[in-house]
Design a protein around this ligand. Structure first.
Ligand code: ZN
Length: 567
């Protein structure tokens, strides 16, 4: 009797235990249906639990009734008959040979049905997942994979993906037990049944933690280790649901199978018990083989890195430039920054975004040292601000980073690596940011101001009055029709944009440097040459001569994010 005391089972659980064992349920699934929520109960080897359960139910015939007088006399004879039946069944199941034989083989790999055994001992409910696929050898495999992938992490969450047909089998088994329970007038709620996932995690969390030297295996973590089981032999279990509840199973492009767990659960909820029982055996039939464990998948949540960049080159696109599958430029700002960042964080991939973008032939300049000097010269506080935050803000989402933390010194080192790798770009203020903080970069982008310097050519010689005239223009509103050169990717529209200030610096009679501070989203090139009258007013109209833009530099993008890092 003593081992049975270990399990927190009550007299009222006996009929359920008997019923489930004789139907071909494994010991752990029996515990689940008896609503045993103590994880410790699942941790002992399932063969041990099975022995205890057998002892538990066989004790009934001698002293069960005297210990637990049944209040309902009508149920006594039926219960006795049931007891005898399931006892026979459990003896054959307990015949001790198959489980121990399997245990001596590799318990982690048990896809093959045991040879020479008439009836397989694979659980008809969990399809073997809570049997030999849930124990120390599986924990060793999981830990080995995690170690090989060499992630840095403090905690991990173990996620389990189960074949969808488990829901169907679970439902069938529930109906099987419910009948019994109703007759015994016990209260058992389907929601109280412990889920296969929970039982699996209850056993595995501690084992995996131990294998990984005490790492905390928790419910929520940035690092996820995914275990997936499939069972092709019983995949067809779900198929009848498609005829009974067609609209639950709509084909989607990115799903391999119609029978997702979600859809199956939904279909089962809509199905009446009687209809279900017409289509599916109750209790479910026993499978001949266990589930197959798929490759273990490790995934770390994204890390976000932000900074500002300068671009010093007039032949460098911001992102890889590919036309009709052919590469036009050998590199890009994005790639020059991403390569060292990816290797530092050992990430699988990235998404790059920035506050606006410059054309391939436009430089993005602005130095903080300069900014600090120029601060004393400018009168408007906005200008001080804008110049101080020189460079274009950018952010990168790093996908599945194997390293998720870098110290301030390591980030500085990474920034130097990027800066030393090329003289075409430079980054500063490189830092790890939160996903939420990234939103600040795009926030109110249109309202921000930008500063530019353009090299202008004029057909007529420039007069002193022209310079003064330009310097005095304030808050000039332009109507810009979508430029011809971007019409293929932007909708045709007229946008109003403001030039806040301009200043001209004379170079020679046909050339001057034009400084502009504008609302973000204004097309500078089109303002200078007029874009065949699509931008009005334009510089040609203002100076009453043909003008063209020879060079353009972005001096600053006034987004006060990410925060500056003191050198
Ligand atoms: Zn089971």
């Amino acid at each position: 009797m003593s081992p049975a005391v270990m399990l927190p089972l009550k007299e009222k659980d006996k009929p359920i235990v008997q019923k489930l064992l004789s139907a071909g349920c494994c010991a752990r699934c029996v515990l689940r249906f008896c609503c045993v929520s103590v994880h410790a109960a699942y941790r002992q080897p399932h063969q041990e639990t099975l022995k205890e359960l057998q002892t538990f139910i066989s004790s009934d015939t001698e002293n069960g009734k005297s210990q637990d007088p049944d209040p309902d006399p009508a149920s006594v004879p039926e219960s006795t008959e049931e007891d005898n039946k399931s006892q026979d069944a459990s003896v054959s199941e307990a015949s001790d040979d198959p489980p121990s034989k399997k245990a001596k083989l590799d318990p982690g790999v048990s896809d093959a049905p045991p040879e020479g055994v008439k009836e397989s001992d694979v659980c008809m409910l969990c399809l073997g997942i809570l049997q030999d696929l849930c124990g120390p050898s599986r924990a060793v495999k999981i830990a080995e994979t995690v170690k090989t992938e060499n992630y840095t992490f403090d905690t991990l969450v173990l996620s389990v993906s189960l074949p969808a047909q488990l829901c169907v089998r679970e439902h069938s088994c529930w109906l099987h037990v419910k009948k019994e329970v109703r007759e015994k007038s016990s209260v058992l709620d389907k929601d109280d049944v412990i889920q296969v996932k929970e039982a699996f995690s209850g056993v595995m969390q501690g084992l995996v933690a131990k294998e990984l030297g005490g790492v905390a295996v928790v419910i929520k973590s940035q690092f996820e280790v995914g275990v997936e089981f499939i069972h092709p032999e019983t995949d067809a279990d779900c198929h009848f649901l498609a005829t009974t509840c067609g609209d639950c199973f709509k084909p989607t492009k990115n799903k391999l199978s119609l029978f997702t767990r979600m859809a199956v659960v939904k279909a089962l909820e809509r199905l009446s018990d009687s209809k279900f029982l017409k289509h599916f055996p109750c209790p479910p039939t026993r499978p001949s083989s266990s589930c197959t464990a798929q490759d273990i998948q490790c995934l770390h949540v994204s890390v976000f890195v932000a900074g500002r960049y300068n671009k010093f080159c007039r032949s460098l696109p911001q992102t890889p430039w590919v036309i009709d599958g052919e590469r036009r430029m050998e590199s890009s700002v994005e790639e020059l920054i991403a390569a060292p960042v990816l290797s530092s964080f050992r990430a699988d991939g990235f998404n790059f975004s920035s506050s606006g973008r410059e054309d391939v032939d436009v430089r993005t300049l602005g130095k903080r040292e300069q900014a600090l000097c120029r601060r004393t010269l400018v009168l408007s506080p906005e200008v001080c601000f804008s110049v101080y935050f020189a460079g274009r803000p950018f952010a990168m989402e790093l996908l599945n980073p194997h390293t998720s933390r870098l110290s301030r010194a390591e980030m500085k080192q990474l920034q130097e690596t990027i800066n030393n790798s090329s003289d075409k770009i430079k980054v500063r203020d490189l830092q790890i940011v939160s996903r939420e903080a990234m939103g600040r970069m795009k926030e109110g982008e249109e309202e921000k101001t930008k500063s530019y310097t353009a090299l202008i050519w004029t057909q007529k010689p420039i007069q002193r009055e022209d310079i003064t005239f330009i310097d005095e223009i304030k808050d000039l509103t332009l109507d810009q029709k979508t430029p011809l050169r971007v019409l293929h990717r932007r909708a045709l529209a007229v946008r109003q944009r403001v030039i806040h200030t301009m200043n001209a610096r004379f170079l020679d009679p046909h050339h001057f440097h034009l400084g502009l501070r504008t609302q973000a989203g204004l097309y500078i090139k089109e303002f200078v040459h007029g874009d065949f009258g699509r931008t009005k007013p334009n510089l040609c109209q203002l100076l009453k001569t043909d003008t063209d833009i020879l060079e353009l530099d972005v001096e600053s993008v006034d987004v006060d994010w990410p925060p500056a890092i003191p050198e």
